[in-house]
Design a protein around this ligand. Sequence first.
Ligand code: UT7
Length: 332
Amino acid sequence: MTRSAPGVIISGTGSYAPPRIVSNHDLSTQMNTSDEWISSRTGIRERRIAGDGEATASMGCEAGRLAMQDAGVKPSDIDLLVVPTLISDMLFPSAASLIQTRLNLRNVTSFDLSAACSGFIYGLEVVSNMMRSGNYKHALVIGSEKLSSILDWDDRSTSVLFGDGAGAAVLSKVDDTGCGIIDSYTGNDGSKAKLLCMPGGGTAMPATKESLENRDHFLKMNGPEVFKIAVRWMEQSAKIVLKRNNLKPEDIDLFIPHQANLRIIETLARIIKIPKEKFFVNLDRYGNTSAASIPIALDEARQKELIQTGDNVLMIAFGAGLTWGSTLIKWQ
Ligand code: UT7
């Protein structure tokens, strides 16, 4: 293991999914798609869609509250809050600002982190190192996404893939250096930015009548290209972290991959020669929730008691950027 004192563990997790379930069949009544196409090409059967009044910060608050409860910490114990998200309730201030006040986190450094679906992995990397080198004792990392607000419901090639939700983890500094977040690796290839982006609404293309008519304020994706690159970089980032920690894939007790497409996960399992049963999957019920995907999966894996003391857990992500990353955890 490459990293030393002090240790940083995930001391609690929580997740929130909006109650409204939208099945593939429901979508097939609104657009030219079918349950057969969506489930066979992606593994997704249903997704959650935020209701009126729900947004990035409100969902993030629910997940964050549960993670603090699970960790046994109070809002006053949290001194760092990082919110990986594609899009906050508004362009500024940050979702972290809105969550900070609603969760009554009075003494925190807080900011959003923009690394799309890899955001939670980036968040663990940034926060664990801030904790190792700084005075922070307990941090909250909350991946929260209301993707339904930026989906083009007239585009069947993207709208069926995504869902809303939030997942959170409390990170705590501990004396034991042999457990917790052991290592992580992150990367980005911005030359591929246009493969997955939302062109409108930023400084290059502020909202105009034309941008609205061109549907530029919705997510655009070249799915097949992203698929190929995703598999390559998920494999590479996993291998890099395994190699520098002298581990083989079979030493990992549970893989928690980004939940974008079951075929991506199955291809990854085949390439690294690990039975697919070792990969946690819940995308059938949530679709792709971007930065919330891995923390929701982590929380569910814990609720199902799939993670025990001493287990090696490898989380692997990719997303817009194009970004990617892996985090190795030895569960305490
Ligand atoms: O977190 C990062 C997010 N990125 C991703 O998750 C992207 C990864 N990519 C993928 O998951 C897959 O590439 C997709 C699921 C997006 C697409 O699967 P595919 O097997 O690569 O299909 P395709 O895009 O090549 O489309 C095949 C056909 C096309 O029809 P034709 O041209 O062959 O007649 C599409 O028009 O499927 C059609 N199609 C649909 N049909 C029914 C595309 N979307 C749909 C749909 N329902 N929803």
